[in-house]
Ligand binder design. Structure first.
Ligand code: ADP
Ligand code: MG
Length: 256
């Protein structure tokens, strides 16, 4: 059967995703226009494109945080929805806030309110996650006292508890130092081995070429989609990064 032939050999932990004609308008601005592409279950799928091209908005749409038109399907293995880890682009908070790394992790990772204290099970998982990103010694530091790179490591760690079946990352490497980038690449290797579905917004095209299974180039609409070797060519990249489609300037809108 055709369906059986397309089933991956090792069963994926994560879902497949289908974005089908997703459009998003905020106020009078079209942020996304007819965005369609697929993410294979258990793959590492990168989203690239210029600033303001709608990448963050698209993943927020996936996470249910944006009103949109079109169809978005998430197909979980065995129809059992799993945990989604989300690592946001940046964390806005008051540096004076008396919140430690532990407090932050508890608030992000625990279903019950942070003020009830860490449950023992979660406390162990949180310790493990902080160890994986090399932040175990800084559990009692104030978040506001961390460097940008350290804060980004904590953001990565909160995406690991509870263990996710799908991970959505918004430019995780931008604030990381070299050692932090190595930590991130280890996490990515682990997710790949476990066949977690990874949707990864990234501006470092060298890293995307090396680490992604597939790449979608987005600038309000999908401008390219395929394996890195096909998408990350000089002419494709020039088209993706040098054009800035504005309202009414897309080919199909001119034709309409
Ligand atoms: N909440 C919002 N209200 C209005 N405009 C927004 C909002 N969020 C993002 N935008 C606009 O949507 C466009 C796409 O932004 P974004 O999704 O952050 O792009 P990217 O992540 O690719 O840099 C930008 O022009 C941005 O100014
Ligand atoms: Mg963004």
């Amino acid at each position: 059967m055709i369906a059986a032939a397309t089933t991956p050999l090792a069963s994926a932990l994560g879902p497949s995703l289908a974005f089908d004609g997703i459009s998003l308008t905020l106020g009078r601005t079209d942020i996304l226009s007819g965005v369609s592409f697929n993410v294979a279950a258990g793959s590492v799928h990168a989203l690239v494109g210029p600033n303001g091209g709608g990448k963050s908005s698209l993943v927020k749409t996936l996470l249910g945080q944006m009103p949109h038109r079109g169809k978005l399907s998430v197909s979980w293995p065995g129809d059992r929805p799993g945990v989604i880890g989300y690592i946001p682009q940046a964390l806005e908070f008051d540096r004076g806030l008396p919140m430690t790394v532990n407090d932050f992790m508890a608030a992000m990772c625990q279903r019950k309110p942070a003020f009830l204290g860490l449950s023992r099970a979660r406390s162990g998982e949180i310790g493990d996650a902080l160890a994986r990103v090399g932040m175990q010694d800084k559990r009692n530091r104030r978040m506001g006292a961390l460097s940008g790179g350290e804060r980004q490591r904590v953001l990565l760690a909160q995406g690991l508890v509870p263990g996710p079946s799908m991970v959505v990352l918004d430019e995780p490497m931008s604030a990381l130092d070299e050692a932090g980038v190595r930590v991130f690449e280890e996490l990515l290797d682990n997710w790949r081995a476990q066949r977690v579905t990874v949707l990864w917004i990234e501006h470092d095209l060298e890293a995307v070429g090396r680490l992604a299974d597939r790449v979608t180039g987005l600038n309000r609409q999908v401008l390219c989609d395929g394996p890195p070797a096909q998408v990350l060519t000089p002419d494709r990249l020039l088209a993706l990064f040098s054009t800035r489609p504005r309202v009414g300037s897309l080919p199909q809108e001119r034709a309409a």
